[in-house]
Design a protein around this ligand. Sequence first.
Ligand code: MAN
Ligand code: CA
Length: 136
Amino acid sequence: MERPASVESEKAKWVYFSGSFYYVSTTKKSWHSSQYDCRWRGADLVIISSREEEEFTRMFQKRAWIGLTDRIREGSFKWVDGTALTRSCWRFGEPNQFKGRNEDCVEIQNFDSERSWNDAQCANENYWICEKNFDI
Ligand code: MAN
Ligand code: CA
């Protein structure tokens, strides 16, 4: 796989939480470049599957991309591992495809609240969170 045009510091730190390692970026990229960056690191954008994990991802206090998108079929949100969304944390009024814009990628927007997710335009530049899972 080709090294992304701009790679963050090799000293990037991974944080362990409940079976996975997490990496939070210090620069901003589009959703697709963020996912590419995670893949390059042997990870994926974070897949949030429990309340504890959702709280953990908000603790970084960054508006950040997560591994959730409905780009394949509008309105059908899927995690980057292909699994369907079973437990969601949308902000009030989201997802809304704001003003008919194509908002196919999901960010943690309001990290102070349990209802933190927003669908946003994938080309927006955000911080991002990668997750490396160690299923044995
Ligand atoms: C902005 C964007 C949208 C979001 C609205 C909410 O326009 O972040 O994705 O839905 O704010 O007001
Ligand atoms: Ca939105």
